[in-house]
Design a protein around this ligand. Structure first.
Ligand code: ADP
Length: 402
């Protein structure tokens, strides 16, 4: 079975064609800067790379660029569209309508239409790709929707409600939805497999720390809390996003700086976080490089704030779960920054968390590694995330159950 995984972003379309025989990737690609300059990069498993500037005015054009490249010419990996047996679509927010991955049918499309505005930049382009698939593929080829919010739908009301008038939850469904659900689910399951335990017997905190970051508390296999909120702006401070702040700061700054709601939103989403504090970069690699040189002060401060916030959430989730068996780091920073892992885990030995500094520093990119210090009660792991594989596995499971 070959599954096409499609991940539509606001101005991008990422895809992978996966052979489920051995979960291997046949091709991976990205259409970037859709609607502006347009860049297309497609890499096959045998190393052929097509990298070109191609204008793609919208997601439909990008979709056809992807499909044509997979099927035809010197970068193709299949010769007929019928070789694609199913399609898995990553969906950023499914609201309360979707608590698990689903097979597309008329009712699902209607329900998705009702929550499309929960992710105004991401859900509409995903819908364009779903429509394009329904048009291009035989009607027997299943489309499956995999929601980033679905894994978090098990949170109890005490974790997902905000302290505002309840009528806003009833009227607008204002609540915590979370994000990165596919990643938290994947690394949580991998963690249990590595520990050779049933995930139902474990309390795990997963830290997805990348350009966007969130943590999840996974107790007995289900998510009981997560740090992202109504939108992916909440939780820990990120590359350019503020994370959770005192809400009065928003109205105070709007007033003082004479900002409109969209200007304020722009500031919180694009000019805050690591970039906002350091004034240097949103990329933690640049900040770590700055620390290694002389102009360290602001880079130090920015990373320190971020790492402290991650640590605070770990503590909160240990309290929420009444304990912890495993701590997992994943995504760009979680997988690659030994500094972040060290700062998050320092002085946590009273909770049973202690990592081995030398092993922590020895990590090789894209590999799984246990970094627990000898004798520590809680096991700490680096587990590279694989959201696309998780989407493909969900799609396969649903297709096989038909
Ligand atoms: P996204 O949320 O866009 O998927 P990623 O998970 O790819 O982001 O993470 C991107 C982040 O990972 C960037 O801030 C980048 O600096 C960071 N990163 C990647 N490699 C390293 C590294 N070796 N050391 C520190 N940070 C790294």
């Amino acid at each position: 079975m070959k599954i096409l995984v499609i991940n539509a972003g606001s101005s991008s379309l990422k895809y992978q064609l996966i052979d489920m025989k051995d979960n291997s990737r046949l091709a991976i690609g990205i259409c970037e800067r859709i609607g502006t300059s347009g860049r297309f990069k497609h890499t096959t498993s045998d190393g052929r790379v097509y990298d070109a500037q191609i204008p793609m005015p919208n997601h439909n054009v990008a979709f056809h660029q992807m499909l044509d490249t997979l099927l035809k010419g010197e970068y193709s990996v299949i010769s007929d569209i019928s070789e694609i047996n199913a399609i898995g679509h990553r969906i950023v927010n499914g609201g309360e309508k979707f608590s698990k991955s689903v097979l597309v049918d008329d009712q699902v499309l209607k329900d998705f239409g009702e929550v499309i505005n929960f992710a105004p930049l991401h859900n509409p382009p995903a819908m364009v790709c779903i429509d394009a698939c329904l048009e291009m593929f035989d009607s027997k080829v299943p489309n499956v929707l995999v929601f980033e919010t679905a894994f978090h739908q098990t949170m109890p009301p005490k974790a997902y409600l905000f302290g505002v008038e309840y009528k806003y939850y009833e009227k607008y469904k204002v609540r915590r939805y979370g994000a990165h659900g596919t990643s938290h689910r994947y690394v949580g399951n991998r963690c249990a497999e590595i520990m050779n335990k049933d995930i139902k017997d474990l309390k795990i905190v997963t830290c997805h720390i990348g350009n966007g970051s969130s943590l999840a508390a996974i107790k007995n296999g289900v998510c009981i809390d997560t740090s992202m909120g109504f939108t992916p702006l909440a939780g820990v401070m990120m590359g350019t996003r503020s994370g959770t702040i005192d809400p009065s700061v928003v109205t105070f700054l709007m007033d003082k700086e004479n900002l409109s709601p969209s200007e304020m939103e722009d500031m919180l989403n694009k000019r805050s976080g690591l970039l906002g504090i350091s004034g240097i970069s949103s990329d933690s690699r640049d900040l770590e490089a700055a620390i290694a040189k002389d102009d360290a002060k602001m880079a130090h401060l920015a990373l320190g704030v971020m790492n402290y916030q991650i640590k605070s959430y770990v503590g909160a989730y240990v309290a929420a779960m009444n304990g912890i068996d495993a701590l997992v780091f994943t995504a760009g920073i979680g997988e690659n920054s030994d500094r972040t892992r060290r700062q998050v885990c320092e002085d946590m030995d009273y909770l049973g968390i202690k990592i081995d500094d030398k092993v922590n520093r020895s990590h090789i990119r894209d590999t799984e590694l246990e970094i627990t210090a000898p004798g520590a009660r809680v096991r700490t792991f680096i587990i590279p995330t694989n959201e696309e594989l998780m989407i493909a596995l969900d799609t396969k499971r649903i297709v096989e159950s038909l």
